[in-house]
Ligand binder design. Structure first.
Ligand code: DOR
Ligand code: ZN
Length: 345
């Protein structure tokens, strides 16, 4: 007998759609299941002004196939030159939903990010005043800090001081990968939430490195030890509204991944809902999937949950294409390493 699960339509609170041919190819993969997504601004050049965000939003809506219902929630890329008034005006006109902080050099296309946090203080203060959330890529970039420790050190050295110095600033710790991240969120009950990706619920650093290096499992923040993956699974399936889905689906073409210096990013848009249903079922938490994918995010962002519903059905093995083709080249779909049985129907 097949099992059926009906959820409010999910949203993706952290998504990379890119631009041009890649945007055209990956957008339908998200829009098929997700009603809204927070769109990451790390294009080349990045989306730094309200004007950039307006133009990018138009390109996304133009690329959306006829008949698909999808709302991009735009973000601005915080730089040391960001103008607090431009941010406030973009927020007031409903153009942007958040501002994104990348420490300079932390990840793909983050060269224009922040080096000196004192320089962005006026923007953060304005954001606290108007209630505009800051989405944070939480890794230090100090070469002395081991890559597996960069999230935990960021919390101590950067995030906690910034939050203390800016009361009322609403922060989303993006794609947390550690027990330290989970504990920091649960220890702070105001103005703080975290997104968790699909892939970090599935892989640990052994999956990435044992038996040969797996470029399609390389992302940032990099997957950590198993104890951290288990902490993320507990948080995601706990029902705690401070944790919600941000897939960080981040397409790169195969030549850019399968390289001596491969790009970071897992492309999970096509099969995320199938994988999440599998994970939540394993954790005996199918009744909490809707909170994670469809309720907690809107609640944090002060938006209504979606009225539309999706149905997931459990049955025979569901297969997804290994790759999607784009005019820029093939993009490999994240392989969870186990058979999937839940399908959005
Ligand atoms: O794995 C990642 N890919 N992490 C990021 O922070 C950026 C993203 C990308 O843009 O490819
Ligand atoms: Zn990302």
């Amino acid at each position: 007998m097949s099992q059926i699960l009906t959820l409010r339509r999910p949203d993706d609170w952290h998504l990379h759609l890119r631009d041009g041919a890649m945007l055209g190819a990956v957008l339908p993969e998200s829009a098929r299941h997700f009603a809204r997504a927070i769109i990451m601004p790390n294009l080349v050049p990045p989306v730094v002004t309200a004007r950039d965000a307006r133009a990018y939003r138009e390109r996304i809506l133009t690329a959306l196939p006829e008949g698909m219902d999808f709302t991009p929630l735009m973000t601005l890329y915080l730089t040391e030159e960001t103008d607090p008034d431009d941010v406030a005006a973009a927020h007031a006109e409903g153009l942007i939903t958040a501002v994104k902080l990348y420490p300079a050099g932390a990840t793909t296309n983050s060269a224009s990010g922040v080096r000196d946090f004192d320089k962005v203080r006026p923007v953060l203060e304005k954001m606290a005043e108007i209630g505009l959330p800051l989405c944070v890529h939480g890794e230090v970039t100090d070469p002395e800090i081991d890559i597996f420790d960069r999230e935990a050190v960021f919390i101590d050295r950067v995030l906690d001081p910034v939050r203390r110095a800016t009361p009322g600033l609403r922060v989303v710790m993006e794609h947390i990968t550690t027990r330290d991240g989970v504990e920091y969120v649960t220890a702070n009950d105001r103005d703080l939430a975290a997104t968790i990706t699909t892939h970090h619920l599935v892989i640990n650093r052994n999956h990435l490195l044992v038996g040969g290096i797996k470029p399609h499992y390389y992302c940032l923040p990099v997957a950590k030890r198993e104890e951290h993956r288990l902490a993320l699974r507990r948080a995601a399936t706990s029902g705690d509204a401070r944790f919600f889905l941000g897939t960080d689906s981040a397409p790169h073409t195969d030549p850019l991944k399968q390289s001596a210096c491969g790009c970071a990013g897992c492309f999970t848009a096509p099969n995320t809902m199938s994988i999440l249903a599998h994970v939540f079922e394993e954790e005996n938490a199918l009744n909490r999937l809707e909170g994670f994918t469809s309720l907690h995010g809107p609640a944090f962002y002060g938006l209504p949950p979606n009225e539309a519903q999706i149905t997931l059905t459990k049955g025979d093995t569901v297969t997804y294409p290994d790759k999607i083709e784009t005019d820029d080249g093939p993009v490999t779909v994240f392989d969870p390493g186990f058979a999937l049985h839940w399908q959005v129907t």
